[in-house]
Design a protein around this ligand. Structure first.
Ligand SMILES: [Zn+2]
Length: 324
């Protein structure tokens, strides 16, 4: 009896001390966490194309970015600046709002073509066409257009195309904007937009409420993936879109990141992490996180990639999306 009691007491002590140690390790790591937040498909990607809705989305999103002091970058599709085929100053004004908040803009191509189904020459012309307004707006602020984000994260489905295109980007003065925390926020956003169109506020709330825990799971997964690949938590790059979902929920998302111990950094700062110099010869068909590109290049087996959180079934259904 006595021995049993002693054993139990010892077990308690061991559990207590190991818990303390684990907590200390987690908080030590947590203090150093850093993420660059990037938004694609500017000025706005929504089923709501009218100026008034897009203006509200932009204002709300920028207010949330600003109040959380996030030095974000937005990637522009300039074809969204047209009304009936001509440049619309009222839409260009949305981009000025980003710059007026001190945020950066990058090129996401003119019309969001898919590199995997578009001839390289045509694709390159689309990238050049996508520079016009954005570079002019940046120049007026004494800045230059420096970053390119691949539509669909499709970087070329052959090594030859990939390398040719990367060479082209370099020649035009671009740096590629990778993504490490890849996710299906766009599916949540589509479901959210459709619910909004129907005026289904309850469903909008349900989608919003499941969005934040889903994203937190994605963070936890990619933190672990970085540990497994590099032995430390790298400076992450998060992919989001300029949509109505984030206009309403980016503040909650930023709070979640802060609670996980994240500091918000610029894309420039994120890219100082040596992880981004890892070799990448991935030329597969899908647009995946750079962490997995480096892992594939390093020859990791299937086990390495296990455990990636999936989008809740009801969100997939409401968005009308069959596969992530
Ligand atoms: Zn995009």
């Amino acid at each position: 009896m006595k021995t049993k009691f002693l054993n139990a007491a010892l077990t308690c002590l061991v559990v207590f001390f190991s818990t303390v140690r684990v907590d200390a390790q987690i908080s030590a790591v947590a203090k150093d966490r850093a993420v660059a937040v990037t938004f694609d498909d500017l000025p706005v990607i929504s089923l709501r194309h009218d100026l008034a809705s897009q203006s509200i989305i932009t204002r709300k999103l920028l207010d949330a970015i600003k109040s959380n002091r996030v030095p974000a970058i937005g990637f522009v599709n300039e074809n969204k600046l047209l009304t009936d085929g001509t440049l619309d100053e009222r839409r260009i004004a949305f981009l000025r709002m980003w710059l007026d908040e001190g945020l950066e803009l990058g090129n996401h191509s003119f019309s969001h073509p898919d590199l995997h189904s578009t001839p390289l020459d045509v694709f390159k012309q689309d990238v050049i066409r996508g520079e016009e307004v954005t570079s002019r707006l940046l120049q007026a602020k004494g800045r230059t257009l420096r970053y390119f984000r691949h539509p669909f994260l499709h970087t070329g489905n052959s090594l030859e195309t990939k390398q040719h295109f990367e060479e082209f980007l370099k020649e035009r003065g671009y740096r590629i904007a990778p993504v490490t925390i890849d996710n299906s926020e766009w599916i949540f956003a589509r479901a959210y937009d459709l619910a909004m169109q129907r005026g289904d506020k309850q469903l909008m709330k349900r989608i919003g409420r499941s969005y934040i825990p889903y994203m937190e799971q994605k963070f936890a997964y990619f933190e672990q993936q970085s540990m497994a690949l590099f032995g430390y938590e790298m400076k992450q790059i998060l992919l989001l879109h300029a949509n109505a979902l984030n206009a309403d929920y980016f503040h909650a998302l930023a709070q979640m990141m802060k609670k996980r111990g994240y500091n918000f950094i610029t894309l420039d700062e994120a890219l100082t992490d040596k992880a981004y110099t890892s070799p990448d010869t991935y030329a597969g068909p899908t647009g995946i996180t750079w962490i997995h590109r480096w892992a594939i290049t390093a020859g990791k087996d299937a086990d390495f990639f296990k455990g990636e959180p999936s989008t809740p079934a009801f969100v997939m259904k409401e968005a009308g999306v069959r596969a992530e």
